[in-house]
Design a protein around this ligand. Sequence first.
Ligand SMILES: O=C(O)C(=O)C[C@H](CCCc1ccccc1)C(=O)O
Ligand SMILES: [Zn+2]
Length: 332
Amino acid sequence: MEESDDERRTWDENQIRKYDIKMKSVPKHSFVDPIVMEIMLEGRPVIITDSKMVEPAAKWNLKYLARHMGNTNCNVIVSKDHNFKYYDDKCVQKAVRAKFVPPHKKVTMKIGEFVDKIKEMSPGGERLYLQQALTHSVGTEIVKDFLQFKWDYIKGIQKEMGWGSLTSNLLLIGMEGNVTPCHYDEQENLFAQVKGYKRILLFPPEQFECLYPHPVWHPHDRQSQVDFDDPDLTKFPKFANAMAQEAIVGPGDVLFIPNYWFHHVESLQNGGYTVSVNFWYKSKSTGAVAYPLNATQKMAIMRNVEKMLVDALRDPDEVGPLLRNLTLGRYH
Ligand SMILES: O=C(O)C(=O)C[C@H](CCCc1ccccc1)C(=O)O
Ligand SMILES: [Zn+2]
């Protein structure tokens, strides 16, 4: 696709992938509206408009980025299809690693090479997704833009939410139609959309039982096992009960993705390439634990149980049978 600055002013339904999932809309409010903080303090997603939070990044088109990030070796994922299902190749269980077939390649390339490759993207050909942490080493112009983000506004949110430190900012440059399948992260996320449109489907931690994440010790830890393009309702029957909250974000929008909330992210089809910048924060340290525990705390407990069991049993294949012996006929 050629570099056109008169990017699409909006989107239409046929650019959105059709999934058989019940959904409702994520609320959308201007940054000046106090309801934004009310919703965030309840731990629920919200689209924040007109904040100009990352305004300096509005000029981050491919030409500008290629000129000012030229020497950075960028992390790029190469996939045979539209899905970019994250995997952790530092997976500790070598037995698991031996059996695991990575769904796509991770390569590094200069951004100039990335720009050339996505321009020649052929339908049905392999797809690229640049996912590069923004650090001081990405080049002085980019750092200058970054330093001119609205940090007083951003830090105000961080403080009012009681979040910990900002751990990283990921620069995401996706080809139209790219999908990051459903997963959760263990951090709070201010997801700023800079160029193009993305559609995010969010699910609260209460729907853990509908989304069947891989075991903690698996390379696809935190990723849902359910293929949204072809859900296996025999293996994952409760997926039929999942209810998504849908957010469609464009340039200037910021989506709050709360810690442990599942989310599926797609760059709209036929919408050109997309640019996003996320802000991942350590979550608020749970003070005095209040009962009954909430779904987020129960997800954290389940993660710890799995980690403890795989450490105690050594062999991941023994975790399932032990849990079955523990629960079948005794807990259900
Ligand atoms: O900002 C988020 O949390 C997203 O999921 C945005 C997503 C890309 C994230 C890639 C990724 C997922 C997990 C670990 C490391 C990297 C997109 O925009 O396609
Ligand atoms: Zn994520």
